[in-house]
Design a protein around this ligand. Structure first.
Ligand code: SF4
Length: 239
């Protein structure tokens, strides 16, 4: 069995998918989003605190079975699909036990192994960074081709998707870029939700501790009013 390199575990997650969820933060991410609040998960070679087989992780999840009865498990990160084989093994085990699984991904990886892992999960939480591929590259270091490939795969296979979109003042909060994203998403009937994630500055200290320059120094958190406006544009055609 594959060994999962796992950064951390959260036994009572309430914001990463439906219901109360056990959240698994996988180590490693190929992107470098300007607003990332988990830079400690970036390095895929870093030996994370948990080195578990899929079955060992399932044993851990079982301890919380009664709490997550109406929720499930979310594989997040970092980028969980960097360890697609492990995610697929774990999702298959959960499926056999009737435990709901969600994969929280940027869509940066759309290899056959990653798409197979997606097939075995019940829900995809897709963090779309921008509709425009150049804007996406500026924000993350990579265009959005793979994210759109993954989204098309979900459409073709009928996999439910929740879109999450980080809205950053001066970067992704213009009405035009939000409207372009809304129009793009309109083409995918498998999308059940579109969530705005307001940019915040809580990771600044973490960057300082890691000795990494914080790229968005001086950018203020998104105001509640701007978050409401972004939400109304992103969901405009669905309200
Ligand atoms: S995809 Fe997520 S973990 Fe990776 S750099 Fe972006 S925000 Fe950070």
């Amino acid at each position: 069995m594959t060994i999962g390199n796992i950064h951390s575990l959260e036994s009572f997650g309430t914001v990463d998918g439906p219901g109360i969820r056990f959240v698994v933060f996988m180590q490693g991410c190929p992107l470098r989003c300007l607003y990332c609040h988990n830079p400690d998960t970036w390095d895929p070679r870093a030996a994370a605190p948990y080195q578990l087989t899929a079955r060992q992780l399932l044993d851990e999840v079982r301890r919380y079975r009664s709490f997550i009865r109406k929720g499930g498990v979310t594989l997040s990160g970092g980028e969980p699909l960097m360890q697609a084989e492990f995610v697929a093994e774990f999702a298959a085990l959960c499926r056999a036990e009737g435990i709901h699984t969600a994969i929280d991904t940027s869509g940066a990886i759309a290899t056959p192994a990653a798409l197979h892992a997606v097939d075995l999960a019940d829900l995809v939480l897709l963090d779309i960074k921008a509709a425009d591929t150049d804007a996406c590259r500026t924000l993350t270091g990579l265009g959005n081709d793979n994210a759109l490939r993954l989204l098309r795969h979900c459409q073709d296979t009928g996999k439910p998707v929740w879109i999450r979109h980080v809205v950053v003042p001066g970067h992704t909060d213009s009405p035009d870029s939000l409207a372009a994203l809304a129009a793009l998403l309109d083409g995918f009937s498998v999308i059940e939700r579109r969530e705005v994630l307001p940019y915040h500055t809580m990771a600044v200290d973490k960057y300082r501790q890691l000795g990494i320059d914080y790229p968005l120094r001086g950018v203020p958190p998104l105001s509640p009013e701007s978050a409401r406006l972004a939400d109304s544009i992103l969901n405009g055609s669905r309200q």
